[in-house]
Write a protein that binds this ligand. Structure first.
Ligand code: ADP
Ligand code: MG
Length: 359
């Protein structure tokens, strides 16, 4: 297994790219540690598949390098890179049995039959395929075929990394949970470097130790699920991770505070120092979980008066939509907290109030 370095990587599908917008990947500079379980998360079209194909060698980047354990592999063919890749749709041979399909990547590399037998049975056991090894793949359902594809990705134990490109998209939701848990178990046991591409935050957060969030051809943050939740480095991360995502509002910075729609939200010295002399577009972000809504008693100091436009009761919590001026802001309220009347006061705890400049 290997550590993967991306060195100033960029890719354009255009023969003669003009500006940034012609690039599917822009200036990627980062590292996947050996043995890590990484999720690559981002919306459709942000460059996830492009990046995976560059790592596996299906695509040559326009600029930059890919290194495995420090060795430049940018110009090596896929078969010379020692990578296993699982795609969105099953890639298996219908005329072969499940056993032969799982054995294929090993036999292809001349592994002896004793070892093939042991490995195929081990992987089949992990993926609940043991009872089907003698069946032809042709008669199997889409879920089973994709499970075999996963098995083919996992069967070699000498690969540098295993890349999964949205492998559970076609799978039934219940089986999805099961397989995701299995992949995690397999990772814990065998410790391959795994990169798992998805556009589904739940999938990313349950699978990975570290999540790489991509947006517009760039990595905008690499962190643990908790870091992404508590400290989004970019408004996109705030918005994309969490349900509902972070409240993000344009603001002006003046007199030690952020101003939104004429309302003052005091900032800490630390926040102000971090901002420096930032000018231009500034936004304030706060998660619905962290902003506090008071609907009883006196206005707390430094709070903002709001109207409550809507309350959605989701069982374990409520989501209140509040408004001041033309600004709307969502608040997650515990099931035990009463919402009284149609107005209230919002408080912005400083440690959870983030300011984004030019993001
Ligand atoms: P993702 O996997 O995150 O959905 P992709 O890597 O497939 O994103 O695509 C990134 C960008 O590159 C998109 O704008 C897409 O339209 C473009 N793109 C992808 N593949 C090709 C291709 N073969 N030719 C031209 N443009 C492509
Ligand atoms: Mg894709």
């Amino acid at each position: 297994m290997a550590r993967i370095d991306l060195d100033n990587l960029a890719h354009s599908y255009f023969p003669d790219p003009k500006g940034d917008e012609d690039y599917a990947l822009r200036r990627m500079e980062h590292v996947w540690e050996d043995g890590g379980a990484y999720a690559l998360l981002g919306p459709s079209g942000c460059g996830k598949t492009t990046l995976l194909n560059i790592i596996s060698g299906l695509l040559t980047p326009s600029h930059g390098k890919v290194l495995f354990d420090g060795k430049d592999v940018t110009n090596l063919a896929p078969e010379q890179r020692n990578i296993a890749q699982v795609f969105q749709f099953p890639v298996i041979y219908d005329t072969m049995t499940v056993y032969e399909n799982l054995a294929f990547p090993l036999r292809n590399r001349g592994v002896d039959e004793k070892r093939v037998h042991a490995r195929v049975h081990e992987i089949a056991e992990m993926l609940d395929l043991s009872g089907k090894l003698k069946q032809k793949a042709r008669g199997l359902g889409a879920d089973e075929k994709q499970t075999i594809s996963l098995g083919r990705g996992l069967v070699r134990d000498d690969v540098s990394a295993i890349l999964f490109d949205e492998p559970l998209t076609v799978i039934d939701p219940h089986l999805k949970w099961v397989l995701r848990r299995k992949l995690k178990e397999i990772h814990n046991k065998l410790r391959p470097t795994m990169v798992y591409v998805t556009h589904d935050q739940i999938e990313a957060l349950t699978f990975a130790d570290k999540v790489v969030v991509m947006y517009g051809g760039k990595v905008v943050q690499l962190g643990t699920p908790q870091e992404l939740f508590e400290n989004p480095a970019h408004t996109f991360v705030g918005y994309f991770i969490g349900s509902p995502g972070m409240n993000i509002m344009p603001c002006n910075i003046d007199d030690g505070a952020a101003w939104i729609d004429g309302q003052r939200i005091a900032l800490s010295d630390q926040q102000l120092t971090a901002l420096g002399k930032a000018s231009g577009k500034t936004e304030l972000g706060i998660r619905p979980e962290f902003v506090r809504l008071h609907t009883e008693g006196q206005a707390p100091e430094g709070s903002i008066e709001v109207n409550i436009v809507k309350v959605e009761d989701l069982g374990q919590f409520k989501i209140a939509t509040t408004r001041f001026g033309t600004t709307e802001l969502k608040v997650k309220v515990g099931e035990d907290q009463q919402i009284v009347g149609q107005s209230g006061f919002l408080q912005f705890p400083q440690e959870w109030t983030k300011i984004y400049a030019d993001s």
